[in-house]
Design a protein around this ligand. Structure first.
Ligand SMILES: *Cc1c(COP(=O)(O)O)cnc(C)c1O
Length: 395
């Protein structure tokens, strides 16, 4: 998955262009920047490739989610359905917005299970945050149908799935608003960066304003611009955007390597009767940054994970016990440990997340392992992994 693995002269060249001829600020200053506009260039690469009306770059995927929520009109008191298996940012942004996260179960697609989704909808539900974990998605059609039926905003968090598609459409472009992350371990990496994706001109305009102190960006004389709304600073720098341009130009190459490497691992693992695979509704669209498998029981998964570690296998994730991606392991979120008395800490409508029922998600998470697919592997590296698999898995 990590695009940094193939940093080369192109990323360097982009950075040097900003330092030598350009300017580090993404807006205005036409006189000093010598026509170097890296953020704009990156945005137009995304919209062209994704067949999308608007992409707006910000400083991180978390900033993209924060911006997307506000631009889509999601705020205090609004319930947003969000999976228990996700990245912690999904929860942080809702809590800081004063919204109420409502836990959704996941299924063997490792994304929200549409079967139980409708049970979570109340009169206060405003949106569903569908997080496309580990490079792919599940039953997006069904989730979109439920959102449309109940008039809910579908947010697609595609931070882990840049370049993945579903029935030919890029993930992040199907709901009302989507997000990408370009942090240092993502498919496309520019150090720190993110993007808000939308076809809705109103959401785009608000995202633009929100992420730069409310500036309307009309006219080139900064300072003469007006402030239609109160905003914040979530701007990306031209240096990050320059690296992003070089990386995004390699997206087809990155996906091709990931898909090739993943296929070798998956085909090999298919011979072991105890292994089954994550359900991906459109396998062709998988960005292939991870290979995720299931084992028959939680005990066996724990054992396999331990054995893989003993064999020094790298890039193996047992999310169920790892502290990054499962709500149940986030003591600070479960217990709402805010740094100060934020508006949300006064919200008595927040449920006790310690008491939520995690049994369905648990039953999935307990049996699942994910393998990171690297770009840098040569044949020897792959052979080494297959040899370890042969030692650890049962036929
Ligand atoms: C990485 C990630 C984010 C946040 O992105 P940052 O750029 O690190 O802020 C949000 N959601 C998911 C699913 C992620 O994996």
């Amino acid at each position: 998955m990590p695009g940094f693995e193939i940093f080369d002269a192109k990323e360097k060249q982009g950075l040097l262009e900003v330092i030598d001829k350009g300017f580090t600020f993404r807006y205005n200053f036409d006189g000093v920047r010598n026509h170097v506009w890296k953020a704009k260039e990156f945005e137009s690469l995304i919209t062209k490739k994704f067949n999308l009306k608007h992409a707006h770059l910000v400083s991180s995927g978390t900033a993209a989610l924060t911006t997307a929520l506000a631009a889509a009109g999601i705020g205090a008191g609004d319930e947003v359905i969000v999976p228990a298996f996700t990245f912690v940012a999904s929860w942080e942004v809702l809590l800081f917005a004063g919204a109420i996260p409502v836990v959704a179960d996941i299924d063997e697609s490792l994304t929200i299970d549409p079967k139980h989704l409708e049970e979570k909808i109340t009169s206060r539900t405003k949106a569903v945050n569908l997080v496309h974990m580990c490079g792919a998605t599940g039953n997006l059609n069904e989730i979109k149908r439920i959102c449309d039926k109940h008039n809910l905003i579908l947010i697609e968090d595609a931070c882990q799935s840049t370049g993945a598609t579903y029935n030919g459409q890029y993930l992040g472009t199907i709901g009302q608003v989507g997000t990408l992350s370009f942090d240092s371990v993502k498919t496309i990496s520019c150090g720190e960066g993110g993007a808000v994706l939308t076809n809705d001109p109103k959401i785009y305009q608000l995202a633009h304003q929100l992420s730069d102190h409310g500036h309307d960006h009309i006219g080139s004389d900064r300072g003469a611009e007006s402030h239609p709304i109160i905003g914040y600073n979530y701007r990306i720098s031209e240096m990050n955007a320059a690296v992003g341009v070089a990386q995004f130009n390699k997206i087809d190459k990155i996906l091709a390597i990931q898909r090739k490497n993943k296929k070798i691992l998956k085909d090999f693992l298919a011979q072991f009767s105890e292994v089954s695979f994550r359900q991906i509704s459109d396998p062709e669209g998988d960005n292939a940054s991870f290979l995720s498998i299931f084992l028959p029981t939680g005990e066996r998964t724990l054992e396999v994970h331990r054995k893989l570690q003993e064999e020094s296998a790298t890039g193996v994730f047992y999310w169920y016990i790892n502290n990054w991606h499962y709500l149940k392991n986030w003591e600070h979120i479960l217990n709402l440990k805010f740094p100060a008395n934020l508006p949300i800490s006064l919200n008595s409508n927040l449920p006790d997340y310690n008491k939520a029922d995690y049994s369905i998600s648990d039953s999935i998470m307990k049996r699942s392992l994910s393998f990171l697919i690297n770009l840098s592997w040569d044949e020897k590296e792959i052979e080494k992994r297959l040899a370890i698999f042969s030692k650890v898995f049962y036929k």
